[in-house]
Design a protein around this ligand. Sequence first.
Ligand code: KIV
Length: 260
Amino acid sequence: MQTITSIKSSKNKTPLCVITAYDALFASLFDEKVDMILVGDSLNMSFNKNQDTLSVSMEMMIYHTKAVCSGAKNTFIICDMPFGTYTDEKTALLNASRVYQETNAHAVKIEGGKNRANIIKTLTQNSIAVVGHIGLMPQYVRVEGGYKIRGKSEADTLELIEDAKAVEKAGAFCLVIEGVKAKAAKRVSEAINIPTIGIGCGNVTDGQVLVWSDMFGFFEEFQPKFVKKYLDGANLIKDALNKYIDEVKTKKFPASEHTY
Ligand code: KIV
């Protein structure tokens, strides 16, 4: 099982493989296979069918993180801090402490760059391990007016590098970079000493993360360019469900071997 020390020493080595999970059943399938499991607030969209991640509560994240921890006892687990739960140092410390006190998660993740450095510093100084998250940050979707790919200009790339350095200096042990042009993401990754986990950044980071329901084809609303579909999950389920319905209606199920 990975630890903060082993994750930190993964810089420029074999890429770290990270996947999201929201429940114990799927987490148990990923346990001991991936390097880290992220209980992402993306659950609000892919699991709960909401339009963005903003309405996730601390209670929801604790509930789902507990479930993931009980399904994946031998994997490093990160809990996403929901929108509005780390607006100032005191609030952030109270809420992040809840993650450690009420779940077995190993770290929390916070969206933001230099604007959140004080929060990351407070948490790490109080023995809470923090993963940063810069680039396209879903919790900023309304204020940004949509999901916008970053790193398209030199000025934006320099801003991302500044953000990454601030997050590292504040004490984060790992950094998620989302939705950044690969050339810019490479420069960001090279500018810091902690490992970077990319999503929608190409293969230039120290690891990759994907949302499980996207990569296994269960989220049908849309498929971003960066997602590779490793399974046609939704159609497999629909075909199997249709077969079950048909067999119940035609009395083929239960057959004698399913009968006491
Ligand atoms: O919430 C989430 O799943 C995430 C990943 C997309 C990095 O933050």
